[in-house]
Design a protein around this ligand. Structure first.
Ligand code: AMP
Length: 281
């Protein structure tokens, strides 16, 4: 696996060594777990070459968020990626990605959808994501890029960005990888104490309960959402939202035939957990 830290070296390598091979990109912030590695495996299956990026992007963290504490375990990540025969690991510094500083950095914003759900409590988060993902797309020039359905809102926003800005890149969503008790894998699960870790899977079971009730014909979504939020609070979570939405607009559904998902974000101790699942008719 070639480890590349600069844009110029990546560009040379991309042109000389990857050329016209179908190339997949898996953007990450590192501290790789089975969820990330499953994205890598999808890329290995679909593409001739795979680039993984690791960059803890300051632009997508709010002022009081965990940028400083975010786990950085590069040596361990390298071993995991080498074991999967990844072709290139791109691991730029902040200076390499934002040489002119962050304040005056050109931004890419997908309006509307970026203000919903997580956007309401993390106002500049998605702008930070779309800005860095645009840069990574320009730098690595993938044919396909892989994102997790765990971050469904992020996946939807990136699909809009690619469509609207004509990036010649196919975006593939990959289903959420979970622990055996249902908790979605996340680097932020590290922040959970052992007692919080025991409570955490309830987020998923409450989402499943909502999905079951909708499938059984419950149409009063507000009642379901409010009772789920109450259950979460009783368990010790502080919910940001729990919401049944159209899978494509992330707004409350308007048409009876719309594909639905249920989304939740809740704090548990120092961790902010997010999850979502489909509601199949
Ligand atoms: P992150 O390092 O948290 O920015 O995540 C990098 C990519 O991995 C994103 O596309 C995430 O949606 C995806 N991802 C993170 N956790 C999971 C998971 N449990 N299952 C599937 N994809 C995931």
């Amino acid at each position: 696996m070639r480890i590349i830290r600069t844009v110029s070296e990546l560009r040379v390598f991309r042109a000389a060594e990857l050329g016209h091979n179908i190339t997949g990109l898996v953007p990450t912030m590192g501290d790789l777990h089975e969820g990330h590695l499953n994205l890598v495996q999808h890329s290995r299956e679909h593409c001739a070459k795979t680039i993984v990026s690791i960059f803890v992007n300051p632009l997508q963290f709010g002022a009081n968020e965990d940028f400083d504490k975010y786990p950085r375990v590069l040596e361990r990540d390298i071993k995991k990626l080498e074991a999967l025969s990844v072709d290139v690991l791109f691991v730029p510094s902040i200076q390499e990605m934002y040489p002119e500083g962050q304040k005056d950095m050109t931004r890419v914003l997908v309006p509307g959808i970026s203000t919903l759900l997580c956007g309401s409590t993390r106002p500049s988060h998605f702008e930070g994501v779309t800005t860095v993902v645009s840069k990574l797309f320009h730098i690595t020039q993938p044919d396909v890029a892989f994102f997790g359905e765990k971050d469904w809102q992020q996946l939807t926003i990136i699909k809009s960005m690619v469509r609207q800005l004509n990036f010649p890149i196919e975006i593939k969503g990959v289903p959420t990888t979970r622990e055996s008790d249902g908790l979605a894998l996340s680097s932020r699960n590290r922040y959970l104490s052992s007692s919080e870790r025991a409570i955490a899977p309830n987020l998923y079971s409450i989402l499943r309960e909502i999905a079951t009730q909708v499938k059984e014909g419950q149409t009063n979504y507000k009642v379901l959402e409010e009772s789920a939020a109450d259950q979460l609070k009783e368990l010790g979570f502080e919910p940001d939202y729990i919401s049944i939405c159209s899978a494509s607009t992330l707004e409350p559904p308007v048409e009876p035939e719309e594909e639905l998902r249920v989304f939740a974000a809740a704090r548990l101790g120092r961790a902010r957990l997010i999850d979502n699942i489909p509601i199949k008719n």
